[in-house]
Write a protein that binds this ligand. Structure first.
Ligand SMILES: *Cc1c(COP(=O)(O)O)cnc(C)c1O
Length: 384
C-alpha cells in the first residue's frame, strides 16, 4: 500500500448531518451555516472577528486590498515577507500593487526577526508572517518588531489551525489572521478559509468587499420583514470571495475533531523525531520553540541529497512532498533571486514526510527506516 503525504479525513456522519440541514432548509449559500461556523471559530480561537471565505487565497488578497485603502498605502509600498511559502501569500502583495520584499528564514523555517528588521525602510508598511507547517517560529518577536516600527502584521495561518503559543491561539496581536480549510489542511473542508480582522470596522468592510461590495447580504435581506429586500447599495467594486453553507457545514463538523486530530499529528511528529534522533548529523530537524504547540501540519526534514531521497522513497511506494521552493526562484519574484541564502538552501534540501490521520505507527516506522536506510547507504560503503 502506498503511503501518501496527505490524506484528508472526515467525520462523515457528522458532516452529512450538518449538510442535510442545509439541504432540508434549502439554504446552501452565504448565511445560515456560514454564520454558525464564524461564531464557532471565534469562540474556538478567541479572535474578535471571523468572516468565512471561499479560500485563504481570497482572504490574503482582500486583506492587502483593504489595508492599502484604509491606510492610504501607495503603489510599490513594501511588505516584508518570506520566500518559503505557497505562492498565494506573495501573490496577494503583488495583486494589491505592493512590493514583496523577501527576508530570510531561520531554523524554525519561519521569518527570522533579525533579517526582517534589516529590510525595514521608509516604504515598509507591513510584515506577512507564515507559520510554517504549524510552527509559530519567533512570531512573538515579529509582533514586537511590528509594534516598534508601526507596521501592520498579516498572519498567514493556513497551516496553523489549532496551533497554540503559551497555551493560547496566537493572532490577537496581528492586524489580520487568515486560515485555510482547503482539502489537505488540518481542518479540511473542500475549499474554504477564514479572515479574522482585529478591527471591527475592517470586518464590516470585508463582509461587503467579499460580496461584490453589496452592503446587505441576501440572508439578512431574507430575514428582514417587509418589502425592499432588493434595495441595497453597492459601496465597493468587490469580489465574490465569501464562503457557502455547504463548506461551513463541513467546517462545523470538522472543528469538533481539530484538537484531537492535531494531537495525533503531534504524536506522529514525535515518532519521527525519536526515530531520527540518532542521525542528527545527517537528518536536520526543524526547531519548534518550546512555547509553541504546533498543529503539526507538516513534518519536514533537511537532508544533503533531497532529490535522491525522494526517488528512493518513491521506489518504496512512499510519496513525500516539498514545502516550498524558494519563491525568489519563480519568474514573478526574480528581482529578489538568491537574496535569502538560507531559504534557497532549504528549498533544495527539504522534504515533507507523510503526516495525516490515517497513518499508523507501523507506517511511520516504515517511512523512518526507509529514510535511514537511504541516508546511511554511503556510510556502509566507506566503513567497509
Ligand atoms: C494552502 C495555503 C494558502 C492558500 O490556501 P487556500 O485556502 O488553498 O487558498 C496560503 N498560504 C499557505 C502558506 C498555504 O499553505
Amino acid at each position: 500500500m502506498a503511503i501518501q503525504l496527505f490524506v484528508p479525513s472526515f467525520d462523515v456522519e457528522s458532516c452529512l448531518s450538518e449538510i442535510k440541514e442545509c439541504l432540508e432548509t434549502g439554504w446552501t449559500g452565504l448565511g445560515f451555516k456560514t454564520v454558525q461556523f464564524e461564531e464557532a471559530w471565534k469562540s474556538y480561537t478567541g479572535l474578535n472577528n471571523a468572516h468565512f471565505l471561499n479560500s485563504a487565497t481570497s482572504g490574503l488578497n482582500i486583506a492587502f486590498d483593504i489595508f492599502k485603502e484604509k491606510y492610504g498605502w501607495q503603489d510599490d509600498d513594501e511588505v516584508i515577507t518570506t520566500p518559503l511559502t505557497f505562492v498565494s501569500s506573495n501573490h496577494a502583495i503583488l495583486l494589491a500593487g505592493l512590493k514583496p520584499i523577501f527576508a530570510d528564514v531561520d531554523d524554525t523555517l519561519c521569518l527570522d526577526p533579525v533579517e526582517v528588521e534589516k529590510k525595514i525602510t521608509e516604504k515598509t508598511r507591513a510584515v506577512l508572517f507564515v507559520g510554517m507547517g504549524g510552527n509559530a517560529g519567533h512570531y512573538n518577536k515579529i509582533v514586537e518588531l511590528c509594534k516598534k516600527n508601526n507596521l501592520k502584521l498579516v498572519l498567514d495561518a493556513a497551516h496553523m489551525a489549532g496551533t497554540r503559543v503559551d497555551g493560547e491561539i496566537p493572532g490577537k496581536e496581528a492586524d489580520v489572521v487568515v486560515y485555510s480549510f482547503q482539502a489537505v489542511k488540518n481542518l479540511p473542508t473542500a475549499d474554504s478559509g477564514m479572515i479574522c480582522f482585529k478591527l471591527n470596522e475592517l470586518d464590516e468592510i470585508v463582509r461587503k468587499k467579499t460580496w461584490l461590495g453589496i452592503n446587505k447580504d441576501t440572508y439578512s435581506r431574507t430575514n428582514t420583514k417587509g418589502n425592499y429586500k432588493w434595495k441595497y447599495d453597492v459601496e465597493y467594486v468587490g469580489q465574490k470571495y465569501h464562503g457557502n453553507s455547504i463548506m461551513a457545514a463541513i467546517g462545523l463538523a470538522q472543528l469538533k475533531q481539530l484538537d484531537r486530530d492535531n494531537a495525533y499529528r503531534r504524536q506522529i511528529a514525535k515518532w519521527y523525531r525519536d526515530g531520527f534522533a540518532p542521525y542528527k548529523d545527517k537528518i536536520g530537524l526543524v526547531n519548534i520553540p518550546s512555547e509553541c504547540e504546533s498543529s503539526s501540519h507538516l513534518f519536514q526534514i533537511i537532508v544533503e541529497d533531497r532529490d535522491s531521497l525522494m526517488n528512493a522513497l518513491n521506489e518504496e511506494n512512499i510519496y513525500p512532498g516539498v514545502h516550498y521552493v524558494d519563491n525568489t526562484q519563480y519568474r514573478m519574484y526574480e528581482y529578489a533571486k538568491d537574496t535569502c541564502s538560507k531559504a534557497t538552501y532549504i528549498s533544495d534540501h527539504i522534504i515533507s514526510l507523510p503526516i495525516h490521520m490515517k497513518l499508523t505507527y507501523e507506517d511511520v516506522q516504515i517511512v523512518i527506516s526507509a529514510v535511514i536506510t537511504h541516508i546511511t547507504k554511503g556510510d556502509m560503503v566507506i566503513k567497509k
